[in-house]
Write a protein that binds this ligand. Sequence first.
Ligand SMILES: *Cc1c(COP(=O)(O)O)cnc(C)c1O
Ligand SMILES: [Zn+2]
Length: 410
Amino acid sequence: MEHFIKCISCGGEFGGNKVIYSCPNCGGLLEIGYDFESICERLGKSDWTSRPLSVWRYREFLPIGPLIEPITLGEGGTSLHRCQRLGERIGISRLRVKNEGENPTGSFKDRGMAVGITKALELGKRWVACASTGNTSASLAAYAAKAGIRRTVLVPKGGVAYGKIAQAIAHGAEIVEVEGNFDEALRLIIELAVRIPELYLMNSVNPYRLEGQKTLAFELFDQLGGRVPDCVVVPVGNAGNISAIWKGFRELEASGLLDPPLPRMIGIQAEGAAPIVKAFKSGSDAIDPIEEPATVATAIRIGRPASWKKALRAVRESGGLMEAVSDEEILLAQRLLAAEEGIFVEPASASSIAGLMKLRQSGEISGEEEVVCVATGHGLKDPEVIVESFKGPLSLQDFLLSIRAMAKAA
Ligand SMILES: *Cc1c(COP(=O)(O)O)cnc(C)c1O
Ligand SMILES: [Zn+2]
């Protein structure tokens, strides 16, 4: 699809397929732009609705040329679950959860990585790299394996869940451990990518990756039969995903497929890593980075979110909200979603449910609103969190005693 690269700060425009990670004029964040008239023409000719629900169903909206075969592991097309029981408990009559844990490597990162790695091949790159709290590295490793190219991941020492690093190892990534936290690892890999042209950066400052992630908005629209919900609640770490989802809704509108109102975007951060929430609540136009972010939700343990500006814009434009939740609230939400709805997510994902509970209690979201919570990643990514709070199994003897007591009582 024909496209260009645009700076969100100064409005500077650059040719599509240029390898840049920030605006050459002002250092601002980049995004991909399109000519929507030509998208609409193409859509008229192709039969979008007859294709399976997946990232590639929306190929006309993706910045990938027609000649390249997508690198795919079956990303996207995740379930949108009606959650009646959990909804009743929270006081939301129409609650749905979009379970991104169903993606091939277990998180929404696969949407972006499929498009990003396909783009890497289109650009002739044979080496990709990222800094990661875990899920991006798992996804990068799998898709680069499928593409047959070199893959390097920088992980912060001690800040990564086991399941995720196991995936990167299994998929044959070169794993580099960096002293310091995610923010420092990201700064380092950006510096390397700018200096080494062979190395293609796959973090979300690469605007091509976010294009894959916006397809979640398109899927919601299709899964609800050509409508959108009132609110979409999204966990926020580096802030690329909430920005991408909002971009998706805006593009549906720009193509004439969706009429306003668009959903309110609700961004949730963990209390120990909530610089964007703080900026939103104080009405500020800049964030105050957090030097030592701390939360049980490792995927959103980020103190200096790269895409904060896009996220603030998304939330404000949509008339949305931001809220911070504690680790206790996150772990409670994780247990409720697993035990009441059969959906096991990692702590970062559960922050969307925790945030919804809090905003429902404060009345900022009403019980009549139709709400979709995005569950960003699978619970098996980080099993330790659950096992640590488990009091241990019953002994067989105690179990048999409890059965005997039951029989006596009956
Ligand atoms: C990456 C990730 C997030 C945060 O997404 P951002 O785009 O960094 O805001 C949340 N949850 C999970 C499971 C993730 O992997
Ligand atoms: Zn600029």
